[in-house]
Design a protein around this ligand. Structure first.
Ligand SMILES: Nc1ncnc2c1ncn2[C@@H]1O[C@H](COP(=O)(O)OP(=O)(O)OP(=O)(O)O)[C@@H](O)[C@H]1O
Ligand SMILES: O=P(O)(O)OC[C@H]1O[C@H](OP(=O)(O)OP(=O)(O)O)[C@H](O)[C@@H]1O
Length: 231
């Protein structure tokens, strides 16, 4: 059986992902030239590498069109409901750290927790004749966190495709849900994270698509063990 591993072709995770495989004794080489989107692993003839973007990798893992992939936990959990039934998170790789957080304007002095925000959301319509608007590209994580975990139902999601942190200042939303790593983008936009507003601590993971064909396949276990040993 040929096993396909999807690795980041660009972006912030690319170099760290290939370094982990190198340390795992699975050096990756591009097939053809450097810009090729296919690779192989020296000494592992049954393994093929597909170079894709981190968001494509999460989609292919969830659909089972690749066997393994390196991508952010946030992208997997946002992309698929009941993601743990579709995939196994085999290892946290120690890079690509980012928190998915709820952030509100710093000048909302009396809003420090999700309970405070729930009170604001409940009063919002009476005060402003509309629902509290949340800018985010993390629809699923936002709905789970607000509605299921915190029982907050009165809000509206405004889809953001970039520069989410600018939405409150520009007036297109009241608050945001986005990722933060150093916190500098939030600070620059005068936003603060709520005390209990961290939805997910994300990092890059080795993820396996759950497939029947993996049962009893020694190479599948060997890949997981090699990567874990490299951490
Ligand atoms: N400071 C950061 N900003 C954005 N993403 C980060 C940051 N730190 C870590 N990450 C993680 O990197 C991943 C996204 O990586 P990247 O932006 O390279 O992928 P992508 O979404 O596929 O790219 P593109 O949007 O260009 O198609 C997510 O899992 C995210 O959590
Ligand atoms: O907490 P910080 O260190 O400031 O990082 C957080 C910011 O970094 C990302 O933007 P970036 O423009 O890097 O990437 P993107 O194109 O994936 O949004 C992310 O969308 C945040 O805006």
């Amino acid at each position: 059986m040929t096993i396909t591993i999807a690795l980041p072709s660009k972006g912030r995770m690319k170099d760290d992902a290939s370094a982990i495989f190198e340390r795992a004794g699975m050096p990756i080489t591009a097939v053809g030239n450097d810009r090729s989107y296919r690779g192989r692993v020296e000494g592992w003839d049954d393994v093929e590498v597909a170079f894709l973007s981190a968001s494509e990798i999460s989609r292919e893992l969830g659909n089972g069109t690749v066997d393994f992939g390196v991508t952010g936990e946030d992208l997997m959990r946002e992309g698929f409901a009941e993601v743990d039934k579709r995939v196994e998170f085999c290892a946290r790789l120690g890079f690509g750290h980012a928190d998915v957080v709820v952030a509100v304007p710093e000048i909302w002095l009396d809003v420090e927790t999700m309970a405070d925000l729930g009170d604001v959301a409940a009063d919002f319509r009476a005060r402003h004749s509309r629902r509290l608007a949340i800018a985010t590209k993390y629809w699923r994580l936002t709905q789970q966190f607000f509605s299921s975990q915190h029982g907050i139902q009165l809000y509206r999601i405004v889809e953001s495709l970039g520069a989410t942190e600018g939405a409150p200042a520009s007036g297109s939303a009241d608050i945001i849900v986005d990722i933060t790593s150093t916190g500098s983008t939030l600070r620059a936009n005068h936003l603060k994270v709520l005390q209990d507003g961290v939805i997910l601590h994300s990092q890059a993971c080795l993820v396996r698509a759950r497939k029947e064909s993996h049962a009893g396949e020694p190479a599948v276990q060997a890949i997981i063990e090699a990567v874990r040993a490299a951490l």
